[in-house]
Design a protein around this ligand. Structure first.
Ligand SMILES: C[S@@+](CC[C@H](N)C(=O)[O-])C[C@H]1O[C@@H](n2cnc3c(N)ncnc32)[C@H](O)[C@@H]1O
Length: 286
């Protein structure tokens, strides 16, 4: 079958299976197999798919029809213009999270400083920031060793030298040895788990295949956000910023938590859809 006809038939199958982006999914999967970009597909659609490619494509299509995310099938996703390897051990980076990167860049002088990314996953936020601010030292931590290994691989693939990654239960690996002062950061950012365990999104689309450890938090989704607001104070430099991504309905609760914990200049940023997405506050020091 010709490639263009194969795409039309595949997109129809994925549409029937409920994919919100059937044509795009089919194109991305075929490009992945052929190791070409989408422009190549549009240019050479009259070529015949060889039988081996057609068979491998059919297998990928069947997995996509069953709902598996395209980013897990191809093993990569673009974020902030960076091609990041993805794995089922952690979240697929979302475009919404670029709001957090933008907020961090806005507060980060070009001269240099230290940024900590808590729950780094693929390393998306840490690597996007590090790629824009080579004078800063960036540390990303994650509870899951597989995520830490993935983030390190992404840094290597992208040749980003000013970001390093460590396994840590939030701040646990950063506690100072007795008699020493803990390292402090000018910026602490996080996109922590923030869905309640009964959130209906957990049963829909790509989210069904992502790990609960990246998505779900206690206390109706607020437990990790509250924990980070309380504990980050001990790790922020004077006048440093804490920035947290959260659900569209959680902005009020996060702002309140930041104010109660003593942060100043508390504010919330909206994502491109106009939804409250990132809340931030400045630590005045004590
Ligand atoms: C919503 S995902 C965000 C991943 C990535 N930062 C992004 O924005 O694409 C949350 C991440 O927090 C990590 N995580 C969950 N609990 C943690 C903990 N106690 N300490 C450190 N990381 C944790 C998860 O493994 C997951 O990678």
């Amino acid at each position: 079958m010709r490639l263009d006809a194969l795409l039309v038939a595949s997109a129809a199958r994925l549409a029937a299976a409920g994919s919100p982006t059937p044509r795009l999914d089919a194109e991305v999967l075929l490009c992945h197999l052929l190791e070409v970009d989408r422009t190549w597909l549009y240019t050479w659609g009259d070529r015949e798919a060889d039988p081996a490619t057609a068979e491998r494509f059919a297998a990928l299509l069947a997995r996509r029809e069953a709902g598996e995310p395209v980013a897990y099938l191809t093993g990569e996703r673009e974020f902030w213009g960076l091609r990041l390897a993805t794995e089922p051990s952690t979240l697929i980076p979302r475009p919404d999270t670029e709001t957090l990167v933008e907020a961090a860049l806005e507060k980060a002088g070009a001269a240099g400083g230290r940024l900590l990314d808590l729950g780094t996953g693929t390393g998306a936020i840490a690597l996007a920031f590090a790629s824009e601010r080579p004078g800063w030292r960036v540390l990303g931590v994650d509870l899951r060793p597989e995520a830490v290994a993935l983030a390190r691989r992404n840094a290597e693939r992208l040749a980003i030298a000013n970001a390093v990654f460590r396994q840590s239960d939030w701040f646990s690996a950063l506690e100072a040895a007795e008699g020493e002062a803990a390292e402090r950061f000018e910026l602490i950012v996080s996109n922590p788990p923030y869905l309640a365990d009964d959130d209906p999104h957990l049963a829909r689309g790509d989210v069904r295949f992502e790990p609960a450890s990246a998505l779900v938090a206690g206390d109706g989704g607020l437990a990790d956000l509250h924990h980070l607001v309380r504990t980050a104070r001990e790790h922020l430099a004077v006048a440093g910023w804490l920035m947290l991504e959260h659900g569209a309905e959680q902005g009020g609760a996060v702002r309140q938590a930041l104010i109660s914990a003593g942060y100043a200049e508390v504010a919330t940023r909206c994502d491109l859809a106009g939804l409250e997405r990132v809340s931030l506050g400045r630590w005045p020091g004590r």
